[in-house]
Design a protein around this ligand. Structure first.
Ligand SMILES: [Fe+2]
Length: 382
């Protein structure tokens, strides 16, 4: 796997950026089979990774998707010192953070309520091929908001120094750690002097919830890496089917919002997020998808291009959904979800340390407890 990882970095990495520290090796459509990609895919579809992830999320193994497919590596050159958070471009992951962006994912309090009641919807792995002690974590912080001590340290500038409850994850070659990336964590040193080849993969589940990390970087054409009838090819095809089913349901929910049909909306939500506890997080994630659909129509639906040159399965489904809605539908959709969007804004532009992303006007940690899913649905249907 070390040789495979190095070959993939050489072939798919950003050769123009000597500071680059990660690569997602996705071959282009029609490209012949790349044995190194196949080896990495086989690794990520093995029972020890894929199967165990399903069991950790208490999901059937045919109801999860590979949704992170990356190799972390050392930079070729020493980079700049990490900047503090609150930059207009976002937050350097060498600052303490949770993998949560309030403008993309919603406030932490609702994500915690959802995963507290329904379990994690996404799990992520680091599997080291060489010694790797870059990741530092605060165990248990995926179940709670920031403590007062953590908040006062990070707010007073200590976003790049050890936290009292922090733990350095020391991985020997072949060791892996699997975690909920909502916990407080940081990368420590990214240096060219220590060889790093760490497999960084993640999986999401379907049926019980709509995790904020719901997309995949895998395009449909990655199936071409396998021969017809290969079991891995069937698994990849099933990923696309899962997204197809989920986006059909999301379309029904969107059409219910467009028609202001409370009964149909309730029925759709019962299916997408059966437990009423944690449903607000699901509604917020839906609002982000509705916002993207609205953005596509604002831009002109025919001129929308995939960001990295190909559509991933999840992006493709979202785009296809957007093409099936008229401009009038989309304005009406966003008028509904816009009511939710206003409720999750604090009214103040700013940044709370411990989160990814640039400053925004959204609530970061705690949504006012007076805001409930019922209230939000009522506002959306007005
Ligand atoms: Fe992170």
């Amino acid at each position: 796997m070390r040789e495979t990882a190095t070959a993939l970095i050489d072939r798919y990495g950003d050769s123009d950026d000597p500071g680059s520290t990660r690569v997602s090796p996705i071959p282009k459509k029609g490209q012949p089979t790349d044995p190194d990609v196949v080896r990495f895919l086989n690794f990520a579809l093995h029972d020890n990774t894929y199967g165990l992830s399903a069991r950790l999320m208490d999901a059937a193994s045919d109801r999860i998707v590979l949704s992170q497919f990356t190799i972390l590596h050392n930079p070729r050159q020493e980079g700049e010192e990490p900047q503090l958070p609150e930059q207009s471009w976002g937050t350097d992951p060498r600052n303490w953070h949770r993998d949560v962006r309030p403008d993309h994912d919603g406030p932490l309090s609702e994500i915690l309520t959802d995963t507290g009641a329904n379990g994690p919807g996404y799990v992520q792995w680091n599997i080291a091929l060489y010694e790797d002690s870059i990741l530092e974590v605060v165990p248990g912080s995926h179940r709670r908001l920031q403590s007062e001590a953590e908040m006062s340290q990070v707010e007073s500038g200590g976003t790049q120094t050890a936290l009292a409850d922090g733990l350095r994850v020391e991985l020997s070659p072949g060791d892996g750690v699997v975690y909920n990336n909502v916990f407080l964590h940081r990368g420590t040193q990214y240096t060219p002097d220590i060889t790093r080849r760490t497999i960084h993969i993640g999986y999401r589940m379907f049926d019980r919830m709509l995790p904020h990390q719901n997309g995949t970087p895998l395009p449909r054409h990655v199936r071409e890496q396998y021969a017809d009838g290969a079991p891995q090819r069937c698994v990849i095809d099933r990923f696309d089917v899962l997204y197809g089913e989920e986006f059909d349901l999301i379309e029904r929910i969107f059409r219910a919002v467009i028609k202001r049909d409370g009964e149909a909306l309730g029925g759709g939500l019962d299916q997408l997020h059966p437990n009423e506890v944690g449903r607000l997080s699901c509604l917020i994630v839906l609002s982000k998808l509705a916002q993207k659909v609205h953005g596509m129509h604002e831009q002109g639906i025919d001129s929308v291009e995939p960001a990295c040159g190909y559509w991933s399965m999840s992006e493709q489904r979202l785009y296809d959904l957007a093409t099936r809605l008229s401009r009038t539908d989309v304005e009406r959709l966003w008028a509904g979800f816009g009511a939710l969007d206003r409720m999750i804004r604090s009214g103040q532009e700013g940044h709370t340390r411990g989160f990814l992303g640039p400053p925004t006007g959204y609530f970061y940690e705690q949504l006012p407890s007076t805001i409930t899913a019922e209230q939000v649905v009522e506002a959306m249907l007005e």
